[in-house]
Structures are given as structure tokens and as C-alpha cells.
Design a protein around this ligand. Structure first.
Ligand SMILES: NC(=O)C1=CN([C@@H]2O[C@H](COP(=O)(O)OP(=O)(O)OC[C@H]3O[C@@H](n4cnc5c(N)ncnc54)[C@H](OP(=O)(O)O)[C@@H]3O)[C@@H](O)[C@H]2O)C=CC1
Ligand SMILES: O=C1O[C@H](COP(=O)(O)O)[C@@H](O)[C@H](O)[C@H]1O
Length: 601
């Protein structure tokens, strides 16, 4: 039997008044006085077709705008009136149709009865310091963690609790808009962080951890979350030891697994098989942190809650879709890992493909995790495996600019001098279904490029019958474009044609711009915050199911094998440039121009 931690964090995102949204050139949209955030919770309900956080947002938005067609939306959470829970003999409530097995999620009326122990395995590492501990602190700071929780760092390095706290404290930051009591909050958080040193393959060492966890859990239903923040060759040992010696007796046990989930179909299937010796599928939370990014989460909202977009979302109106990732730094410090994977496995097969699946899927039956993941799998299975002729690879070379020498990829000491591993790739993908037949989905990902950016660009078809041809406007070259800028400086921009004001008739291209920093005053939570909170709450929507993973690898494995077998030589591009010119030829073959070249955005 497991309990559900009751969390009560509630962020409210108040849009800035229109007058202060100076860079939102557009705002013809009504001003929303209060917008409940994704973290807004009325009451914890986990396995409902609509996660609670969504319901609270929807209700407050509808009430604020009077948007709904029918009578005003109720001011209470409709789920409260649906009584979807069975009362159990022990006083807890469980969902009648829970799909979880060992990991049965229940709604705990009395939060003080349960506790969550979060163990960061690999706590001495880069990701733990950079992302996991800061995200846990941010959740604590926002009152999003359950009332009773303990955090343990676990790794081989020898450290005391005080040393872990010292290490962690160096990376904690407070929300810009909530600086007050920051030091106090940090101290409170650090007091709940502990450390246990042990080997990853030692059941005895995990049993020692178990003993320590029990001391903190005494008197409460213990729920345990393990975050595997270690290199992938350690995943199975750590899961075996954690599950046999440190899993929860009568609460839930969940494991967040970091990427990479294998390096091809076979190794991924082997990893899944090995993990399933110790865990049920619903205990495994395969993380793809791009799914936790605000604008990726917003993709479905944009599409399925706006009548103006969904009818256009098909081959009939969309000419091509571009998924672009670029970083303005190289593999600095991670060359050893990267050389075994390359950019196609590091970014395309997971982050960009996940975005593509969300972008292209059919409307899910509900917002339930399984319904969404079912639709994503269908899209992935409708896609053609990538072919080498539709792919361009590149690798960055040294470049001198402004007296500074930027290194080549192979200058990294952990990378073999003759490495052919791509640090850049561009690819054309196709979805062979009725909605997307013939529409090129172009992906481009690279390190050591001229900027850091992740975005989705949707280029629409031209308006048939160019009414404005006689005034010299070639509308075929000025088609509408929707840009969803995932990072940095999150924004949704729609490029339209408009008349230049004045007595004459001249056309211009302008941007309708939802610029998040201008529209919302609060900091956007880091992806790891959202995903950690979801894992604690048993929400699987943003985690990768094993059949999704299989489908994703099926698309890329033949290509990756061919690149390696044929020892395909990447096109070399200077550090800090826009990448290989081959990417433009690839796009041109499908009559596409990369939208990120030339004019901003
Ligand atoms: N860093 C990042 O930005 C990202 C990382 N990831 C993934 O997250 C996971 C963790 O990444 P990261 O923190 O960078 O990894 P690290 O290389 O920093 O490893 C984490 C910890 O694991 C232990 N460790 C490292 N190598 C070995 C080894 N060969 N044998 C046994 N233990 C080892 C070390 O702890 P100790 O010696 O104390 O035991 C180390 O502190 C990886 O799976 C990575 O692919 C995913 C996305 C981004
Ligand atoms: O998963 C990875 O992502 C990072 C980029 O993440 P971001 O959130 O900073 O955009 C990338 O640098 C790394 O190579 C890759 O493993």
C-alpha cells in the first residue's frame, strides 16, 4: 500500500498589465488578472483524467475571462464533486481504476501519515550539483515538497553531511522575486539533506542507507524516490541494490533514470529488460528534461485550446516544421561521454524527437499520462526510419576570433584525435500518416555554434491567389511562420503580413509576440523542478514509456549503424559558426529555408 504526499504549493503567475508589456507588440489579447500556474493545487488528486494543476488553471482562466460558451465555470475544482476515490479501510482514498501495480498511488487525507525520502545516487556529480539539488531547493522554497521529506546524497566519494551541505549550498539560488527569508529557507533545506557514502553495486551499503532512511521515516508511511544521476553503466547495479536493500516496505518506490537509455535499439531493450527484473514499468521514470520545459509543456495548450491553430495543424496548411537546437559552447568537460554518443543520440533521438511527437500527435482522449503517451507512440510508429541521404553531419574545428583560439572537438583530451563523432547534425524526417503525409520535419542540432537556442518553427503554406502581386509582394516568400522559442527568452511569435500605415499600399512583415518575460513577472521554473515534482506525485505524463523509447530507437538505429559502419566523415565547421553548409542543401532539397537564418526571431 502506498500513500500520496499531499503538497500545497501554489504559484500564481500574474501577467503584467498591458502597458508594461512593451515588447509584446501585439497584445490584442484580453488582460488576465490572475492566472493559476501549473503548480497551483486545490487538492491533490493523482489519477484523474485531468491532473489537478490543469483544472485549477482552467477554472480560474475561464472565470477571469468569461470565456466559456455556457454558464460560468464553477469556482471550485470540479474534481472535488466527482468523488473518484474509494475510501479504504485504513482511512486513505484510492482511485478505483488505478493502473499502478506495486506503486499504487493513493490520495492521503492526512499528510502527516506519509513521508518521502529522495536519494540522489551520484550526488557528488555534475548534474546533481548543477540541477537536482537546486531544483529540490526551489521546490522546497515554493512549498511544493511534501511536509515530511528527507534528501540523501549517495555516492562513493567520502563526505560528511556537513560537507554535502557545503557543496550543495554553493549552487542554491533564490527566486529573484522572492528574496526575503532566503538564507533561512536555505538553512531549513540543508538541515534536511544528508549523505551516505557507498559503492553502487553493494547491497550492504544500500542496506546501511536503508537503515538511515528508516530513522527519518519512523511512524510514517515511507515513500522512496531514487534519482540515478550516474553514468549509464551503473544504472543496473544501482537499481538492483536499491530495490533489494533500500526500497520502501509499505509505501511506493520510484526510480528516475537519466539518459542515455542505451545507444541503440538493442542496448536500450537490454537496459529496459534489466531494469524490469527489479522494477515495474510504472516505477521507472525515464527523464527527458526537455519535456519539463515551459514552452514544450505549452505546446499542447497552444494547439488544443486555441481554435485558430488546431484546424491549421496538418499538411493542408503547414509547409514544413523545423526543430532547432544550438549551443554556443562545445563538449567542454563531457567529451568522454559525448564521444560514445554524438549529437544524434544526445539531442535528436530524445529531446527533439519528443518535441516532434508532442507537436504532431493527434488529440489525446484525455490529459492522462497513458492517453498522451499512446498518441506519441502512434506518431513515432508512423514515421519513416531516417535515411543517410536525409542527414548531414558535422564536427567543429578550431577557430580564432578576436585573438581568442576556440578549440576543435578533437582538442578535448578525453576525445580520440581521429574521432568522427558528429557534434552537429541536420536531418529530414517524415510522418507517413494522413495528417502529415509529405510534410518535411527538419531537425538541426549542434554544439559550438554561434548562439544558444532551442525552438520550433512552423512555416505555413502560401496564400492561394496572390491578390497583392501587382504591388510587388511575393507572398510565397512571405508566408506565415509560428515560432515557439523554447529557450532562451521564451516566446511565441507569429509572423504575419500587414499593411504599412499610410495612404499608400505597401506590405510589411511583423511579429505578434507573446514574450514571456514581458507578459509574466515570475521566473519560469527549471525543467527539473517540474519533473521532480511530477515524479514525487506519481505523474508520468512527462516521462518516457518503454514503448515510446523502442519506437524512438527504431527510427534512429539503422542510421546510426550506417554512419558508424561507413565511417561517415563529418563536415567540419568553425567553432562559433552557423554550422555546415550541407544543412542548407538538405533543406533546399525539400524546398525549405531554415527559419533561424537571417532575420530575427
Ligand atoms: N551533466 C549534465 O549536464 C547531464 C547529465 N545527464 C546524465 O545524468 C547522469 C549523471 O551525469 P553527470 O552528473 O554529468 O555524471 P558524472 O560523470 O559527474 O557522474 C556522477 C557521479 O557518478 C560517479 N561516477 C562517475 N563515473 C563513474 C564510474 N566510471 N564508475 C562509478 N562511478 C562513477 C561519480 O561519483 P563518485 O565517484 O563519488 O561515486 C560522479 O560524481 C548521466 O547519466 C548523464 O548522462 C543528462 C543530461 C545532462
Ligand atoms: O541532455 C542534454 O542537454 C543539454 C542541454 O540542455 P539545456 O537544458 O541546457 O538546453 C546538453 O548540453 C547536453 O549535451 C545533453 O546531454
Amino acid at each position: 500500500m502506498a500513500t500520496f504526499p499531499s503538497t500545497h504549493c501554489c504559484h500564481t503567475y500574474s501577467p503584467l498589465p498591458p502597458s508594461s508589456s512593451s515588447s509584446s507588440s501585439s497584445s490584442s489579447v484580453s488582460y488576465l488578472p490572475v492566472y493559476s500556474s501549473v503548480h497551483g493545487r486545490l487538492q491533490r488528486v493523482s489519477i484523474s483524467s485531468i491532473p489537478n494543476r490543469f483544472v485549477s488553471a482552467k477554472v480560474s482562466q475561464q472565470n477571469a475571462l468569461g470565456m466559456q460558451d455556457g454558464p460560468a465555470a464553477p469556482a471550485v475544482n470540479p474534481i472535488e464533486n466527482e468523488a473518484p476515490f474509494k475510501k479504504r479501510e485504513d482511512g486513505l482514498f484510492s482511485t478505483p481504476s488505478s493502473k499502478e501495480s506495486k506503486d499504487t498511488t493513493v490520495f492521503n487525507v492526512n499528510e502527516s501519515e506519509s513521508t518521502v525520502s529522495i536519494t540522489v545516487v551520484g550526488a557528488s556529480g555534475d548534474l546533481a550539483k548543477k540541477k537536482i539539488f537546486p531544483a529540490l531547493f526551489a521546490l522546497f522554497y515554493e512549498d511544493c515538497l511534501p511536509k515530511h521529506f528527507t534528501i540523501y546524497g549517495y555516492a562513493r566519494s567520502k563526505m560528511t553531511d556537513a560537507e554535502l551541505r557545503d557543496m550543495v549550498s554553493k549552487t542554491l539560488t533564490c527566486r529573484i522575486d522572492k528574496r526575503e527569508n532566503c538564507g533561512e529557507k536555505m538553512d531549513q533545506f540543508l538541515q534536511r539533506c544528508f549523505y551516505h557514502s557507498g559503492q553502487y553495486d553493494s547491497q550492504d551499503h544500500f542496506a546501511e542507507l536503508d537503515k538511515k532512511l528508516k530513522e527519518h521515516e519512523v511512524g510514517r508511511v515511507p515513500n522512496r524516490l531514487f534519482y540515478l544521476s550516474v553514468p549509464p553503466n551503473i544504472f543496473i547495479d544501482a537499481v538492483r541494490c536499491a530495490s533489494s536493500s533500500a526500497s520502501s516496505g509499505n509505501g511506493w518506490t520510484r526510480v528516475i533514470v537519466e539518459k542515455p537509455f542505451g545507444r541503440d535499439s538493442e542496448s536500450s531493450a537490454a537496459l529496459t529488460k534489466a531494469l524490469k527484473q527489479y522494477l515495474e514499468e510504472d516505477q521507472i521514470f525515464r527523464i527527458d528534461h526537455y519535456l519539463g520545459k515551459e514552452l514544450v509543456e505549452n505546446l499542447s495548450v497552444l494547439r488544443f485550446s486555441n481554435l485558430i491553430f488546431e484546424p491549421l495543424w496538418s499538411r493542408q496548411y503547414i509547409r514544413n516544421v523545423q526543430l532547432i537546437f544550438s549551443e554556443d559552447f562545445g563538449t567542454e568537460g563531457r567529451g568522454g561521454y559525448f564521444d560514445n554518443y554524438g549529437i544524434i543520440r544526445d539531442i535528436m533521438q530524445n529531446h527533439l524527437l519528443q518535441i516532434l511527437a508532442l507537436f504532431a500527435m493527434e488529440t489525446p482522449v484525455t490529459l492522462d499520462a497513458e492517453d498522451i503517451r499512446n498518441e506519441k507512440v502512434k506518431v513515432l510508429r508512423s514515421m519513416r526510419p531516417l535515411q543517410l541521404e536525409n542527414v548531414v553531419t558535422g564536427q567543429y574545428k578550431s577557430h580564432v576570433r578576436g585573438g581568442i583560439t576556440y578549440p576543435a572537438y578533437t582538442d578535448d583530451k578525453t576525445v580520440p584525435k581521429d574521432s568522427l563523432t558528429p557534434t552537429f547534425a541536420a536531418a529530414a524526417l517524415f510522418i507517413d500518416n494522413a495528417r502529415w503525409d509529405g510534410v518535411p520535419f527538419l531537425m538541426k542540432a549542434g554544439k559550438a555554434l554561434h548562439n544558444k537556442r532551442a525552438e520550433i518553427r512552423v512555416q505555413f503554406r502560401h496564400v492561394p491567389g496572390n491578390l497583392y502581386r501587382n504591388i510587388g509582394t511575393e507572398l510565397d516568400h512571405a508566408t506565415n511562420e509560428l515560432v515557439i522559442r523554447v529557450q532562451p527568452d521564451e516566446a511565441i511569435v507569429l509572423r504575419i503580413n500587414n499593411k504599412v500605415p499610410g495612404l499608400g499600399m505597401r506590405l510589411d512583415r511583423s511579429n505578434l509576440n507573446l514574450h514571456y518575460a514581458a507578459r509574466y513577472s515570475k521566473e519560469i521554473p527549471d525543467a527539473y523542478e517540474r519533473l521532480l515534482l511530477d515524479a514525487i506525485e506519481g505523474e508520468r505524463r512527462l516521462f518516457i514509456r518503454s514503448d515510446e523509447l523502442d519506437a524512438a530507437w527504431s527510427l534512429f538505429t539503422p542510421l546510426l549503424k550506417e554512419i558508424e559502419e561507413k565511417k561517415v566523415i563529418p563536415e567540419y565547421y568553425p567553432y562559433g559558426s552557423r554550422g555546415p553548409v550541407g544543412a542548407h542543401y538538405l533543406a533546399a532539397r525539400y524546398k525549405v529555408r531554415w527559419g533561424d537564418v537571417g532575420l530575427e526571431p
